[in-house]
Design a protein around this ligand. Structure first.
Ligand SMILES: C[S@@+](CC[C@H](N)C(=O)[O-])C[C@H]1O[C@@H](n2cnc3c(N)ncnc32)[C@H](O)[C@@H]1O
Length: 220
């Protein structure tokens, strides 16, 4: 009977092993694209990637046309779209049609009329050049194979004064800030703002070549 009793050191080891097993299951069970079946977890606001911080970094304004890639269940979409007003539009693009249907259903319930869904892969954006005032992805870029292609596409579809906001959070698909900065550099994007640490951050970039061109003025 005595052998069934866990002593304090054994209990500590048992707790540590259970915690490690749970962490391993969380890390290795984390799939891409994020499974629709686990959508309820997307409703939990992530620390440091709050709506208030997204507003401060993205600065959405009435009348703008903004593209959100990887909206999931719409945690950010339903917050940003109303800020664009009746003359603005939020386009949401996702590789999983269930996610788009979910957001549109919630937008209907809340009477948010200016969200337009597009089913596509972010590596090939089905939009013309210079279409959007801004584009953002929150915990989505790291989940997409070939993130460089997404950033290259962002540069193409943004207007010359456009802005790209990337939010990343520590999980299996997380892109630490350093590698993201290098990818952005290769795409011709320069950093204008960053909020948070490398473990959980929102970073804002602008197309450099275009901004340099516009700074040179019409005579150059
Ligand atoms: C972890 S969820 C993030 C959802 C939401 N942004 C949030 O923070 O709650 C990632 C989203 O990216 C989408 N996604 C993954 N790969 C994609 C791709 N190649 N093109 C477009 N969307 C993609 C997924 O379907 C999912 O909706």
């Amino acid at each position: 009977m005595g052998s069934a009793v866990l002593t304090a050191p054994r209990l500590r080891w048992a707790c540590a092993l259970s915690a490690a097993a749970a962490a391993g299951a969380w890390w290795f069970g984390d799939k891409a694209p994020y499974p629709y079946a686990q959508r309820s977890l997307l409703e939990l606001p992530l620390p440091f990637l709050t709506s208030a911080r997204l507003d401060a970094v993205l600065t959405p304004s009435p009348g703008e046309r903004i593209l959100e890639v990887g909206p999931g269940t719409g945690l950010q979409s339903l917050h940003i779209a109303p800020q664009l007003g009746p003359h603005g539009q939020l386009d949401i693009l996702d590789i999983q049609p269930e996610m788009l249907r979910h957001v549109m259903h919630r937008a209907g319930q809340r009477a948010v009329p200016n969200i337009v869904p597009t089913h596509a892969d972010a590596r090939e954006l089905p939009f013309d050049d210079d279409t959007f005032d801004a584009m953002y992805l929150v915990t989505a870029l790291g989940e997409i194979p070939e993130p460089q292609r997404v950033l290259d596409e962002a540069v193409r579809v943004l207007t010359p004064a456009g802005r790209l906001v990337v939010g990343e959070f520590f999980d299996r698909h997380w892109i630490p800030f350093g590698p993201l900065h290098r990818l952005a550099d290769a795409a011709g994007l320069h950093l204008s703002t960053r909020s948070g640490s490398t473990l959980a951050y929102l970073a804002r970039f602008q197309p450099c070549a275009r901004s340099q061109r516009s700074l040179r003025g019409p005579e150059s």
